[in-house]
Ligand binder design. Sequence first.
Ligand SMILES: CC(=O)SCCNC(=O)CCNC(=O)[C@H](O)C(C)(C)COP(=O)(O)OP(=O)(O)OC[C@H]1O[C@@H](n2cnc3c(N)ncnc32)[C@H](O)[C@@H]1OP(=O)(O)O
Length: 211
Amino acid sequence: MLVGAGGHAKVVIEVARAQGRFEIVGVVDPRPPGPRVLGVPVLGGDEALPRLRADGVAWAFVALGGNALRERIGGELRAAGFRLATLVHPSAEVMPSATVGEGAVVMARVAVSAEARVDDLAILNTGAVVEHDNLIGAAAHVAPLAALAGNVRVGARALIGVGSAVRPGVSVGADAVVGAGAAVVADVPAGATVGGVPARPLRARGGAAAR
Ligand SMILES: CC(=O)SCCNC(=O)CCNC(=O)[C@H](O)C(C)(C)COP(=O)(O)OP(=O)(O)OC[C@H]1O[C@@H](n2cnc3c(N)ncnc32)[C@H](O)[C@@H]1OP(=O)(O)O
């Protein structure tokens, strides 16, 4: 069962189908765009969760792009007795010494290198490169084609924007945002928004949709 019926959920459904480990019985979303998402039925809003658990649905996945929201809903699902699935597209390369946490998704053509650690509820989006010894914090999001060199640390709920690059050994703090196309050459404080080449603090206006 998935929580969320938006664009991110569509990709998650495709990844789950390609992986072939889980049968998706339905989607839960209080404001779905329609009765089905890629053919998967919408089963209702949050009120449907206890019934699904009672009916024997054991596994859940939070298919929501917002990092803080995904972390919160993941905690609520666990408290309600669900286990969080780990979804990995078959075209992704996850080296044997790397680990990927519960509730995390690894999209198509992602590379996760030696001894990288990807914590629970993280998103590694299409084509991202997570090099050796990286630590990707809980509910962080590495967007499509972002490249993290060796020994990079990404804090919980941080967003590494599409197509950005992060220098070896750099730490990006919790809840920070790295803008699309940035080159991050120095540590980013928790909660900061940076962008550009090299990345500098931005006076971001905070549009949630842009994230
Ligand atoms: C499958 C998927 O879609 S996954 C989606 C992953 N999401 C992303 O990668 C999104 C990353 N987000 C961004 O890059 C956003 O532009 C943000 C978060 C950096 C800023 O967004 P907002 O807070 O809405 O800021 P806004 O667009 O109003 O721009 C504020 C200023 O920063 C500048 N700016 C915005 N983004 C960037 C950027 N990536 N690099 C450099 N400068 C930027 C703007 O030009 C503007 O400058 P000005 O004040 O001189 O006019």
